[in-house]
Design a protein around this ligand. Structure first.
Ligand SMILES: Nc1ncnc2c1ncn2[C@@H]1O[C@H](COP(=O)(O)OP(=O)(O)OP(=O)(O)O)[C@@H](O)[C@H]1O
Ligand SMILES: [Mg+2]
Ligand SMILES: [Zn+2]
Length: 469
């Protein structure tokens, strides 16, 4: 769609009747996006945003896509819900690789495409679908796209120029290298060890473990292979398996561990094993064996189980090896729950350098300041947020509150607020994250009251007492 039509829709977004039913959960971008032309069955390069929305009326989640690209030198804007992005909705790893290869030729720094494609991989499950297409034909927006557009406009009022500028940077490689973190020092410990030994980041939930792993990869332009840890992970989910293709019968498909080894044969690659300790110990042995270095040759080795050839009736299986310094392994784990590092098998723990990441005042303040600046709001809001953060932490230490805010929840309050004055009420609206539950399962009213008063004091506002029933 052309610029004027896009601007029209942007203006309409704010007045959409269903806006109030939508919660913005996640905004990502602007980043390089592989887009799909359904008719031409081709892929092309775009830049844009993904916005994750919770539709409260349907109680369903949607991922909206707002992007731009160039067709014959002319800016072409794209809105879509469900997202037509290739990466969402169960596309296979091999499909991504093919896309990245084709699209990477269009841009100056293909690494950042690889990076964003890997980051997207598995991030957003498939949409259930809405009447977006029918509405689009009448130049109308569904509530999800309206919510997404209006949220992005709040942070980037001149969206058209922003996308055009970012697209130009993508193609020419000009522009500042995106610095991912407010505080590059926080990555120094990773950088010190990453080429020598696998790193295990432990810490309380929402403290920036996963974020920092991605920030590290982004900073250095390393591709990322993501291995999400959960109870059901089997060796084949790490290594790979044969998949049927219509054209060639069966082909081998690498899963993250093998994909990381293959990539690390030629270049530094991050293997991000998120929530590693959720993988059952027995299954973890595959991982453990692979990360036992051959120090004489300076390599890691991984038997993938893929049959390369058959000699005299005996299958010869593939063993991948890569230089130790090329395979940057970052595992994360939550503490406080059932996955604490001190409870893991010492044989596993000793293979890692352990780094601690928690929500800490100074770092949180820096992160919030950066985010508030990006919204062009007054930095006074940061001081108010920090005041609340300290107050709730004190309440928790005194045993008057069950939990305290994390970097994640504090950041989210900024993400979902459209204006600075909404931040205090948004934080109060999160009180169920922090208050204890009574034996009947209801939130403890006294604790909710403490949160309400702390918000009122920190933000100098008057959230009224909820109606008692
Ligand atoms: N350095 C940072 N700069 C900006 N935002 C950050 C930073 N660190 C964390 N955040 C914000 O906090 C959120 C939570 O961080 P992250 O997902 O890394 O936590 P985690 O420690 O992995 O939590 P969990 O244990 O629950 O997996 C991020 O999505 C991001 O919004
Ligand atoms: Mg995490
Ligand atoms: Zn929709």
């Amino acid at each position: 769609m052309d610029k004027d039509k896009f601007k029209n829709l942007m203006a309409m977004a704010k007045a959409h009747p269903n806006l109030a039913d939508m919660d913005i959960e996640d905004i990502h971008g602007p980043w390089p996006l592989p887009l799909k032309n359904a008719q031409a069955k081709s892929n092309y390069l775009g830049i844009g945003f993904n916005v994750r929305i919770h539709d409260r009326v349907r109680d369903e989640h949607f991922t909206a896509l707002i992007a731009m690209s160039k067709t014959n030198g002319v800016s072409d804007f794209k809105l879509s819900c469900p997202s037509t992005l290739l990466v969402t909705g169960g596309a296979s790893r091999t499909e991504f690789d093919a896309v990245v290869e084709v699209l990477g030729q269009e841009m100056a720094q293909p690494d950042s495409l690889v990076q964003s494609v890997s980051e997207l991989y598995g991030r957003y499950p498939k949409n259930s679908g809405c009447s977006y297409t029918a509405l689009a034909r009448q130049d109308k927006l569904c509530g999800h796209l309206a919510a997404a557009l209006s949220a992005i406009q709040d942070t980037s009022p001149d969206l058209v120029s922003l996308l055009e500028q970012k697209y130009a940077e993508l193609i020419t490689g000009s522009g500042s290298q995106a610095t991912a973190s407010s505080d590059d020092n926080s990555l120094a410990e990773f950088e010190r060890y990453m080429h020598y030994v696998p790193i295990l980041v432990e810490g309380e939930r929402g403290g920036g473990k996963t974020y920092d792993a991605w920030a590290l990869a982004r900073k250095h332009g390393f591709p990322v292979c993501l291995l999400p840890g959960h109870e059901g992970v089997e060796p084949a989910d790490m290594l790979g398996y044969m998949v049927k293709t219509s054209a060639h019968g069966y082909v081998w498909m690498d899963m993250p561990l093998a994909a990381a080894f293959r990539s690390a044969q030629t270049r530094p690659t991050v293997l991000l094993a998120d929530e590693l300790l959720r993988i059952p110990q027995r299954q973890l042995s595959v991982f453990l064996t692979a990360l036992t270095p051959d120090e004489v040759e300076g390599v890691y080795r991984l038997p993938t189980g893929r049959v390369l050839e058959v000699v005299d009736g005996v299958a010869i299986a593939e063993v991948l090896s890569c230089p130790i310094e090329n395979l940057i392994v970052i595992a994360t784990t939550n503490v406080g729950g059932e996955y604490a590092v001190d409870q893991i098998d010492p044989a596993l723990r000793e293979r890692f350098h352990v780094i601690r990441r928690d929500t800490e005042s100074d770092k949180l303040r820096a992160i919030l300041t950066e985010r508030v600046k990006a919204k062009s709001w007054s930095e006074a809001i940061v001081a108010q947020m920090m005041k609340l953060f300290e107050a709730l932490n004190t309440l928790r230490t005194q045993g008057n509150l069950k939990a305290a805010p994390t970097t994640r929840t504090m950041c989210r309050a900024l993400t979902v607020s459209r204006r600075a004055i909404e931040v205090g009420p948004e934080l109060y609206a999160m009180n169920l994250q922090w208050v204890a539950r009574a034996p009947d399962g209801r939130a403890v009213v006294q604790q909710q009251e403490l949160v309400r008063k702390a918000v009122n004091a920190a933000f100098d506002i008057k959230i009224p007492e909820p109606n008692k029933k």
